[in-house]
Ligand binder design. Sequence first.
Ligand code: HSE
Length: 399
Amino acid sequence: MARQELKIGVFGFGVVGKGLYEVMKQSPALDKAIKKICVRSKKQRDLPESFFTYNPDDIINDEEINTVVELVDDSEAAYHIVKKSLQKGKNVVSANKKMIAEHMAEMIALQKEHNVSLLYEASACGSIPVIRSLEEYYDNDLLLSVTGILNGSSNYILSRVFDNGQPYEVALKEAQTLGFAESDPTFDVEGFDSLYKLVILTMHSFGVVINPDEVLNYGISNISDFDINYAREKGFKIKLVGQVERLRENKITLFVLPRFVGRDKYIYAVEEEFNGVVIKGLAYDKQFMFGKGAGGHPTGSAVLSDITALMHNYRYEYKKTNYFQGFSYFKDAAIEIYLRYRDKEVLSHFDFQSVSEEYRGPKNSYVIGFIKLSSLMAIREKLRDKQLFIAATGKALNY
Ligand code: HSE
């Protein structure tokens, strides 16, 4: 197919927008392709004022602009920008994982209805081309699971806390200063960012639209010195991990939880703002993708890759939505967790199926045992209680 000339309208000029602009300057094929950048307010910027507009319609209604790059922070605003642009027949690149995860079905339908392409490689794992790989290379039924560190900020914090003994709050501030964290960093540290990315990866792994609200996500903000010491003594690191796994009978399970990770795992060595994704399948066993998961330039490079793909008329085919009779989301899978608590009243909320280890200490105690994901979902608000911390051990019951 012939190469398409792109005229680009960009929404947003924050960390990723600027990153994209700087990356594009190094790409002679595209360095003149941006026609307008829509921002919220006037500010001193390095680009001529004539580049900017404050009215979204200047891009949406510009017939010459055939490609919209949406890089705004607000997912509600992103939704309207992307929807209107697709309806206007423009191809779109977006990095907004919350918007895409929450509106996946509609976004797929809009692409079909208006015969346009929406690409979002930058929405999951920054510079790692995981979505396109799942879509194109792992486009058969051998795939068993996708497991990974999907959030750069929380990984940066955990690295600093574990390896440099830095206080959690200091590490979080650094992740913000370096432009890794979301404007509301609870998104990162409570596992929401990982959750949205996991939902997107699940679509491209198993062809299932999952409502993010129905998936367990639990982050790292309750981690204490006790937990860190426990992990260290056992030779583990604690990583925030998202996982989607194929079970028997066309079922899948997925969740985001901190996890004890031993040296034998690929993600053990993933530090700082890097992400790492382990893809497991029949016949090929395990493969590992590694790269920078956050920051203006790495994320900008993923956006650039999508823009280039649009030049060649690329679109996601969502082939896996047609597999077999489709996979269904099984919420009752049981996993083994470590629960650290202070007040033993906490235990009454946890419906453990079996307990393999228990420790009672003067200040902190813990239980290790199997519990259903659905029963953790039922107490998801309770899990935010500052008195406790949970982490997956990595063991699961085989369904
Ligand atoms: N806040 C995100 C992260 C940015 O830390 O991974 C990249 O999606």
